[in-house]
Design a protein. Sequence first.
Length: 257
Amino acid sequence: MRNQILNILNSSGKFIADRIHTHKNIGHKSNYVDLVTEVDREVELQLIDALQKLLPGSEFLSEETQNHIKEADKLWILDPIDGTLNFVHGFPMVCISLALQLGGKLQNAFVYNPVLGDLFEAENGKGVFHNRKAVRVSENNEYRDCLLATGFPYDYADNPDNNIRLFDFFHRRVQGIRRPGSAALDLAYTAAGVFDGFWEQHLKPWDVAAGILLIQEAGGIVTNFEGRPYHFGDDNILAGNPQIHPKMLRDIQFLRH
């Protein structure tokens, strides 16, 4: 089934890569930075159709057309283009994020950037691979050695809980913080040891489902800001290697209480 999934991702990925530097029909959802294009919708429909044929009877949790949290024995959780704003502007940090949950447990995960040709994948109990090479989370244990990643909510301008306080705190203590604009890729790069930790608020299941399995299979830790295992519907997420995650969790809790 893995090879069939990869064929499906390659097909939709080519469609994305071919369109990234072309004119798009842009729509707005919650505000002027929460964008959607006809490519997002077309890719989502392509993926749903192909995956339904691959695994008959499965259901979907997806950003554009089936975005209500649900439970199902066979559930695909997908974001057709994570990083739509990047896609609109031709910035290549975009990906398809796809996870398969069976019986309520994440079983397979794929994060695929078709523009750069980067594929991250994991299967429950079998580790993580980046372009077929096994990877793990980093081993850095001090902030001064770390590169972190984060993002900001769409309502940044109006929401007092907009992540700027945490960003400022960590930025003063680590080597750097990157904000590529795709949570799925941030999690994938954390799983691969590029980033030592990642945190963000106000994300959706399709942003993080694949990345969660990647982190876990790479030996990392994923929780919410309370330190409990992340569940769909939680309003925040923290991921990192086993040394840095507890330090970030301690500091986040201190700053937020």
